[in-house]
Design a protein around this ligand. Sequence first.
Ligand code: NAD
Ligand code: DAU
Length: 353
Amino acid sequence: MILVTGGAGFIGSNFVLDWLAQSDEPVLNLDALTYAGNMENFAALDGDPRHVFVHGDICDRALLDRLLAEHRPRAVLHFAAESHVDRSIHGPAAFVRTNVEGTFTLLEAARAHWSRLSDAERAAFRFHHVSTDEVYGSLEPGEPAFTETHLYQPNSPYSASKAASDHLVRAWFHTYGLPVLTTNCSNNYGPFHFPEKLIPLMIVSALAGKPLPIYGDGLNVRDWLYVKDHCSAIRAVLAGGRPGEVYNIGGWNERTNRQIVDAICALLDELRPDPAGAHRRLIKFVTDRPGHDRRYAIDARKIERELGWRPAESFETGIRKTVQWYLDHQGWVERVQSGAYRDWLAQHYGAAA
Ligand code: NAD
Ligand code: DAU
């Protein structure tokens, strides 16, 4: 069995669904179900005994100890985090709690579990920390993309908290020998993406005829990766990554925010034309994000060289699939927007939730 934290979030739920589509190894999914966790994402796994969901917090050491002793996972895949930069600007405390204290608590619980395993189990055990390219800070146009040895220069409360968690993970390898793996990935997009982040927000707002708010001049650059490619990269690193190593994951798809929004508008004009006019008419330039990083770019050659991983999707194929997913899942969007998704556990599982 593997333990996944934050498995009800955007990337975590894609990971759990993809994992169980390809393997019979069960998943113990621990998630606190903050606003970002959505149990409806697992409707396809209804009654599947391979998916064991636990509603709980990674800061709860007693719960972690109990789960690790009971299920004896061979690996921990740590996705749980507060993940939205804008929220971290308004309320950084939750980011320090979950991303720093939560990672610390999980590392300590994993270390205690690992120390009790047999020699063979200890050698095979992995703690995989899912992190972000934002820890490296911001690049100027033309600067080389982030490699695994790039200086840490986090600029937002979110990226600072993720950087702190990366440092803890590194220290638990060097000091205690815990077999850790760290991946630093670029911007993901795809199914189940909460519509507070750029791509899903633009899709759902355009469909509703609402303004499409672009921060600043819209020329900030991100490197976009289809979420299922991130999941396949994590599986590759878990299977073949060397303990203590860091692997950057990216899509080789640098785009300005304007290019992203233009691409979404063009796809919606094709797939769901609006009689009121082209979707681009809804674009609105708004006040910039404080401390807005100008450019991220990932050099993903190490993971390709060592583990043979490359993304399967181009931006064009991935964004088309994503727009189509949102068109096909408007009920999911409505329940997220109305807040009804938060009642799903109780409605679906009743008293057992
Ligand atoms: P998300 O916000 O969609 O999901 C986070 C999940 O963690 C939610 O289900 C939430 O309920 C859960 N959670 C939050 N606090 C918790 C706690 N204290 N205990 C247990 N569960 C808790 O995030 P995401 O976009 O899926 O990101 C997942 C991971 O990947 C994060 O660590 C993030 O830093 C990293 N990452 C994200 C991206 C991206 O583009 N979204 C890119 C690179 C790395
Ligand atoms: O780089 C990886 C990171 O990508 C992850 O670690 C984070 O968890 C994830 O949220 C994401 O962070 P960003 O800040 O890059 O993503 P976001 O979707 O919030 O914004 C993408 C770009 O779009 C960024 O330059 C800000 C801009 N933006 C965003 C929103 C929400 C807008 O112009 N308008 C908006 O309304």
